[in-house]
Design a protein around this ligand. Structure first.
Ligand SMILES: Cc1cc2nc3c(=O)[nH]c(=O)nc-3n(C[C@H](O)[C@H](O)[C@H](O)COP(=O)(O)O)c2cc1C
Length: 188
């Protein structure tokens, strides 16, 4: 069972510590090179015989390994994003760690304001995870299927902590897709 403990404020914190502007914060964080992932989940049909369910995807860099025993990972989702709303309702999701040749996939699943992901998945090669029902991309460096163990509200995001149910290496020798200073990059 996970517990969340608030960190007490430092009595001698710098007066500037809470005065950082959005631009300063973004610029600093843009210097943290990150691997790029596609988070996926399958939204079950609302009613038997009704409209069929839909696969949902979201490009994310805020994904990390948390614990080995048990195997836990964390993804940070913008509150109110479609993935955040979906994972508030159902616990199964998956991660495809993108390879450098999957840059266009990252771009299409980062578009804001799209209504449906049906067309975005239509021409993508993927298999459906047996544990999660979510799409796992062929050609990804690694794929993981997860079940949510805990959700923590953090500012304008939700931290979703998931237990890893399966892990696989569809294309282990490809190079990673990374994001650095506001651009997708290939290593090397
Ligand atoms: C490189 C990159 C990394 C991103 N990382 C995250 C992330 O970690 N968490 C998140 O909530 N959104 C992240 N986003 C934004 C989402 O991909 C984007 O808001 C979402 O796909 C649009 O769907 P929505 O309208 O439901 O938010 C990232 C976008 C890009 C381009």
């Amino acid at each position: 069972m996970l517990k969340t403990t608030p960190v007490p404020a430092e009595p001698d914190a710098s007066p500037h510590a809470e005065g950082v502007s959005n631009d300063e914060f973004r610029a600093a964080m843009s210097r943290l090179a990150a691997g790029v992932c596609l988070i996926t989940a399958h939204e079950a049909p609302t009613a038997p015989g009704g409209p069929r369910g839909e696969d949902v995807g979201m490009t994310a860099t805020a994904f990390l390994s948390v614990s080995l025993e048990p195997p836990l990972v964390l993804v940070s989702l913008r509150e109110g994003s479609r993935m955040d709303d979906l994972l508030a309702e159902q616990p199964l999701w998956a991660v495809s760690v993108l390879a450098d040749h999957q840059l266009q996939i990252a771009g299409r699943f980062a578009m804001k304001g799209r209504i449906s992901d049906r067309l975005l998945f239509a021409d993508l090669p993927y298999v459906r995870g047996e544990a999660s029902g979510a799409p796992l991309l062929n050609g990804a460096l690694a794929t993981l299927e997860c079940r949510t163990e805990n959700r923590v509200e953090a500012g304008d995001h939700t931290l979703v902590i998931g237990r890893v149910l399966t892990a696989a290496l569809p294309s282990p020798d490809s190079g990673p897709l990374t994001y650095f200073r506001g651009r997708y990059r290939h290593l090397g």
